[in-house]
Ligand binder design. Structure first.
Ligand code: SF4
Ligand code: SF4
Length: 330
């Protein structure tokens, strides 16, 4: 520890730190300062362990114990003109999950569930974190195992909003996933329709669930939102995840802000059309077995690796944090 200052799971290597301050604006919680040419954390209790500072550091001087990230918000009534109104007094967070949940209520007619995997989840349906309102709610409906809609507000500095729709075992439908992590200045955005089957082995799955419904949407958003990677070839993308839209935008970039809001909605509406047409699989078929094996692995990977788990467990406690992660994850 001679050369290192241990600050909860955040550590700065004093010998490596050049005091360049590149990490300071990257912190969504605004808890980093340069003091005597050294990066210092001013309130370690607020650290989300998100790793944004570590990723900016050219000297690789920052170590964050968990491979972290995430978080989002809570809000007020939603309308389509999110950029003009609908800000929560006292915060500037955008109510994306409430907006998407209204569409889900209207089109999917889901019912709320209060037990999940043998656990009573009512304590996480609505709660506060340092007086800031949060919710983690689950719903189900025809052809769907669960719809998770969650909003967690970290100290009014950072809001994590997630919608994740997991299809029922009898359907080869893909997942819908949307993650919106908003700080005062930036939004980390992730929106995806995630394949349930292997789209290299099963080109029909690629055609039906991805290429036809999503190609135009993907090109519209990925090429027009500043700061996002651009890749035109769906056959190359299919080797990875073909229609992911992800990146971090500056909230002052109004055009990109409007586009990510629209993207979350249009991807959801595209997914709802797929849901409307989905037919059950034959349980003895190879594809049924393959899809359900694949879904088990996807669920396991999220549970073991999602970077938001560390921050949520830190602030909510192990037991409640586990309940939140189990409810939110696919
Ligand atoms: S890990 Fe995240 S919250 Fe913690 S100091 Fe770094 S950027 Fe800030
Ligand atoms: S970016 Fe790295 S080198 Fe620069 S001040 Fe932060 S920790 Fe130090």
């Amino acid at each position: 520890m001679d050369n290192q200052e241990r600050l909860s799971s955040f550590t700065v290597n004093k010998e490596k730190c050049a005091g360049c301050a590149l990490c300071v604006p990257a912190c969504p919680m605004k808890i980093l300062e340069i003091i005597n040419d050294l990066c210092v954390i001013t309130d370690e209790t607020k650290c989300l362990e998100c790793g944004s500072c570590r990723d900016k550091c050219p000297e690789r001087a920052i170590i964050v114990a968990s491979e972290d990230t995430s978080i989002k918000t809570d809000v007020i009534e939603t309308d389509k003109n999110h950029s003009k109104t609908v800000r929560n007094p006292g915060t500037n967070f955008i109510p994306i999950v409430k907006h998407l949940r209204n569409i889900i209520f209207s089109d999917l007619k889901p019912v709320q569930i209060f037990d999940y995997k043998g656990k009573d989840i009512q304590e996480i349906n609505k709660f506060t974190l340092d007086k800031n309102p949060c919710f983690v709610q689950l719903y189900n409906t025809d052809k769907i195992e669960k719809i998770a809609a969650s909003s967690i507000n970290f100290f009014g500095d950072m809001a994590a909003e997630v919608v994740c729709i997991t299809p029922a075992a009898e359907y080869d439908l893909p997942y819908y996933m949307m993650d919106w992590d908003e700080s005062k200045d930036h939004i980390f955005f992730f929106c995806d329709i995630v394949p349930s089957d292997d789209i290299i082995l099963n080109s029909e799955h690629l055609e039906k669930y991805f290429y036809k419904p999503l190609e135009d949407l993907y090109l519209e958003y990925s090429f027009n939102i500043n700061g996002l990677p651009k890749s035109p070839f769906h056959w190359v993308r299919s080797i990875h995840s073909p229609y992911t839209i992800t990146g971090t935008i500056d909230k002052k970039d109004q055009k990109s802000l409007d586009l990510i809001f629209d993207c979350a909605e249009k991807y959801l509406r595209a997914w709802i059309k797929l849901w409307q047409n989905a037919q059950p699989l034959e349980p003895s078929s190879e594809i049924f077995k393959r899809i359900n094996l694949r879904r088990q692995v996807i669920g396991k990977l999220y549970h073991e690796n999602d970077p938001g788990g560390g921050a949520i467990a830190k602030f909510l406690g192990e037991q409640k944090g586990n309940k939140v992660m189990t409810a939110m994850m696919p």
